[in-house]
Design a protein around this ligand. Structure first.
Ligand code: FES
Length: 145
């Protein structure tokens, strides 16, 4: 081995050592952020405090709140059961509302109608509203986005 070969091996070895820790860190970060669904992103949680006046409508059966910033409609369907769906109509993006008497979600723009699961009952929308997991613990609702 001549001097040039020695320098080349030292440089390559240094490069490998410099890259290896970052590769390990990259795997570690990905694992830390894995949501378990293969998406690789952590689940975002949205919490609503039912003692907050903003969400007072959710303390009554049939009451609902639209969280505009997240485009989510949250409904108290009664018997301590809550639903969280995307409020953005899949037809053309209008905000759906809730019809407590029929327990469904009409869109005022072109009269699409969605079930409490988010499924389309009547078009023109052809795609269901996204449904979110929602849990209640005490006065706190937690929606997993
Ligand atoms: S935007 Fe909802 S039916 Fe058209």
């Amino acid at each position: 081995m001549n001097r040039r070969d020695l320098i080349r091996k030292v440089v390559l070895g240094s490069t490998a050592m410099a890259v290896l820790p970052s590769a390990i860190t990259g795997c570690s970060e990905k694992d830390d952020n894995d949501d378990g669904n293969g998406g690789g992103k952590p689940s975002e949680k949205l919490t609503l405090d039912l003692t907050n006046q903003t969400y007072a409508a959710l303390n009554s059966a049939g009451g609902f709140v639209i969280i505009a910033a997240k485009e989510i409609i949250v409904v108290n369907t009664g018997n301590n059961v809550f639903i969280a769906l995307s409020s953005k109509c899949t037809h053309d993006g209008c905000s759906v509302t809730y019809n407590a008497a029929n327990k469904n979600f009409p869109c005022p723009c072109h009269q699409s109608l969605f079930a409490s699961t988010g499924a389309v009952i009547n078009g023109p929308a052809a795609t269901a509203l996204k449904s979110y997991t929602i849990t209640k613990a005490g006065n706190i609702l937690t929606i997993t986005l």
